[in-house]
Design a binder for this molecule. Structure first.
Ligand code: NAP
Length: 286
């Protein structure tokens, strides 16, 4: 069994991103990511701080807008509009979840698709499902990059994605399909999940239930990717896969923490560089 190490893979991706950022800076383009955080969600604050730190490490400017919980939807949309038309901003991210009085869909659709580094805008979703170049959501993109880095060619593999969220499951399935895997998407209404998983060469678990994928659901030598992040009562983190037992059967497996998580932020930086490179190209600087 080999560990798919997100820590070391993301470190080498970040080193490359830093080089790309500096080659953009040399031609007068400072890559910039604007992050909007509304409210006091503790986990969101931690994620935003981690994004800010990662930008700094890679010489990407991060502009953090911390707005109060009671911010009106119109105020948020007005800020997004300012960032949309600001040519010095390459990328815009609205940290989710938003407070309940704000309509997440309207907000995400208001971000200019060419700056939508989270890949949640309908145009980018459509591009991914049509196999066109656009922004791909960071977590599934991180999974695909990690598989590539470890030389795992998914072409022709039976892949099962457990979970069908817009953030992880659906884009993950599209990425795998675009790379010629035979993809099954499972969800809470799926019958015989165990049997379906047992036939898989590759399982991607994005469920949000601790240790849900057990060893009896996994065939020998399967590749197992665990997107889940769950906090247990004792405060420790665990994934959606029963790592201890599944790792005895898998050919490759991601640990939690240290697997998919670190790749997600690296892909956010990578998408920001992609947008900044587009800006440089438009100005004839690249
Ligand atoms: P989500 O929106 O809650 O979606 C969970 C999916 O799992 C849904 O499609 C749901 O099916 C399915 N599901 C629930 N119970 C199931 C069952 N018994 N059998 C089969 N499928 C079941 O969650 P998400 O945003 O995709 O996130 C999933 C996990 O990944 C969470 O632990 C989250 O914290 C983690 N995550 C990690 C990262 C990272 O950077 N590593 C990023 C994002 C998310 P229905 O659609 O039928 O309800």
């Amino acid at each position: 069994m080999k560990i798919l190490d997100g820590k070391s893979t993301s470190a080498s991706v970040k080193a490359m991103i830093k080089k790309q950022a500096n080659s953009l800076i040399e031609v007068g383009i400072k890559p910039a990511l604007a992050v909007i955080l509304v409210g006091e969600n503790k986990a969101s604050k931690t994620y935003v701080n981690a994004k800010e730190k990662a930008c700094k490490e890679c010489d990407i400017a991060s502009i953090i807008h911390r707005l109060p919980e009671q911010t009106k939807q119109e105020e948020l949309l007005a800020l997004i509009n300012v960032l949309n038309i600001d040519d010095s901003v390459d990328a815009i991210l609205v940290q989710l979840p938003l407070p309940k009085h704000i309509d997440e869909k309207i907000v995400l659709e208001s971000i200019k698709d060419s700056k939508d580094v989270d890949g949640f805008h309908a145009l980018n979703v459509g591009k991914l499902s049509s196999g066109l170049d656009g922004f791909v959501p960071c977590t599934p993109l991180g999974v695909k990059v990690m598989l590539d880095e470890y030389g795992i060619d998914v072409s022709g593999l039976n892949a099962v994605v457990v979970g069908r969220s817009n953030i992880v499951g659906k884009p993950m399935a599209n990425l795998l399909l675009n790379a010629n895997a035979t993809v099954t998407i499972a969800h809470s209404h799926t019958k015989n999940l165990s049997e379906i998983c047992k036939n898989a060469d590759l399982i991607v678990a994005a469920i949000g239930k601790p240790k849900f994928i057990t060893a009896d659901m996994v065939r020998d030598k399967a590749v197992v990717v665990d997107v889940g992040i769950n906090r247990l009562d004792d405060g420790s983190l665990c994934g959606d896969v029963d790592y201890e037992n599944v790792s005895k059967k898998a050919s490759f497996i991601t640990p939690v923490p240290g697997g998919v998580g670190p790749m997600t932020i690296a892909m956010l930086l990578s998408n920001t560089i992609k947008s900044a490179t587009n800006r440089a190209k438009k100005l004839g600087l690249k």
